[in-house]
Ligand binder design. Sequence first.
Ligand SMILES: Nc1ncnc2c1ncn2[C@@H]1O[C@H](COP(=O)(O)OP(=O)(O)OP(=O)(O)O)[C@@H](O)[C@H]1O
Ligand SMILES: [Mg+2]
Length: 508
Amino acid sequence: MSESPIVLEAKGITKQFPGVLANDNVNFDLRKGEIHALLGENGAGKSTLMNLLYGLHKPDKGEITVNGKNAIIHSPNDSIELGIGMVHQHFMLIPVFSVAENVMLGDEAVKNGSLDRNSVAKKITDISKQYGLDVDPNALVGTLPVGIQQRVEIVKTLYRNAEIVILDEPTAVLTPQEAEDLFRIMRDLTARGVSIIFITHKLKEVLAVADRITVMRAGRVINTVKPSETDSAQLANMMVGRQVILTVDKQDHEAADEILKVEGITVRDQRDLETVHNVSFSVRGGEVLGIAGVQGNGQTELSEALTGLRSPTSGKVTIDGKDLTGKPPRIITEAGLAHIPEDRQRHGLVLSYSIADNMALCDYYHAPFSSRGVLQPKALDENARKLISAFDVRTPSAFVNAGKLSGGNQQKVIVARELSRNVKLVIANQPTRGLDVGSIEYIHSEIIKMRDRGVAVLLISAELDEIMALSDRIAVMYRGQIVAIVEAKKTTREQLGLWMAGAHVQTA
Ligand SMILES: Nc1ncnc2c1ncn2[C@@H]1O[C@H](COP(=O)(O)OP(=O)(O)OP(=O)(O)O)[C@@H](O)[C@H]1O
Ligand SMILES: [Mg+2]
């Protein structure tokens, strides 16, 4: 790669937010046709640097050059003009619009009134074909799986002739298969001269696809290395500044009585399709039951039905003997449920509330947070301070709005709140999505501590490594059914992979 020219360079970039030096004299460059991975712990400043390159924020200091020329970037329009495209950490698509409408949104030609739907659709089809992206311009975005929505975002950047594409944690929401597809697309793009900045927390991915890797910590660039010169342990160390234990320490443990009992539940999704068929299982106190499965096999609807976000059409759900079938979230929460939801921005947080308020979202109407119907700011603040420090939430204070936190730190606020409550059952859906390796290590150990205290844990995760590391028993979900339940110790990745792909059904 060393011979290809530099297409983008950031020199001495500094950006201060209230109480946080998010970028501290950052130097970064991108070469033509390379995949340059950007790694760093939650809150390190990765998204901030990308937002500066994309014109969403202005740097306090430093300069950016594109193709060797000084670039003045005041808005995304300027960066698009310079050939920079960005796919954000949290997607920006409008679900009720079609693919074509989303792609056109904000485009200059449309603003000038010269909108021609057919030619737009044709251009989208051409781009999809050229890069093997396979998207239908007429599909409604809200009905597409995340993997395809992400392709729409990529098409959108290419439609605007982007030669530099920024992907901010694109694989966090993808299934392993979708991630493989994305890597193929990324390689197709770079083969055609597109340059890519790729942010991820998954060290294996970085080592597999990147040409160069830059590691950031606390707003600074620590180093830029080649995959051939490094390994996972060294990268983890550079990211968090200490040794990270990449395996979970878990002792054998007696499970107690049944806490969660699910009997023959059937659930329909928002399109009224039956996505969970007659599912039964139970989780005992002191046990982690992991649900493995390729995303989209009913796990989302199952967890929604268990946590009150959706009513099952038949069957029964009990927690500690109490029938809670179809009850609203607050009743189930009061019966002793802690819930880490899959969609953090929709179900886990109120982005416009402070961290302190978010950390008491389930209990704010009880003592010590309320007294005779009046909120107690001191108690809220104390609780938040304790959790911020225990869970290492990177923030200048507890008063900052949750929406101002980095993606991973938003997730930490939810996990801290839920894992610190006094509960009988935890339902954790993708608990470590978007978290850095250091935070994953801590949260895994907290989940095991809860299990050791006798709490029942239902873990739903698309990461097979996470399922294998934490579970005592593993259930595999395939096409809305549980096709196998096995003791974790008695199975292998390969066997689970086969069940997940729909091979031969077996229960032990
Ligand atoms: N608009 C904003 N206002 C105030 N502070 C902000 C804003 N955007 C980011 N920050 C702060 O800047 C720091 C860097 O955040 P950034 O989003 O760049 O982190 P990140 O490396 O992308 O982390 P993650 O892996 O969790 O996504 C964080 O402390 C964050 O709280
Ligand atoms: Mg980020």
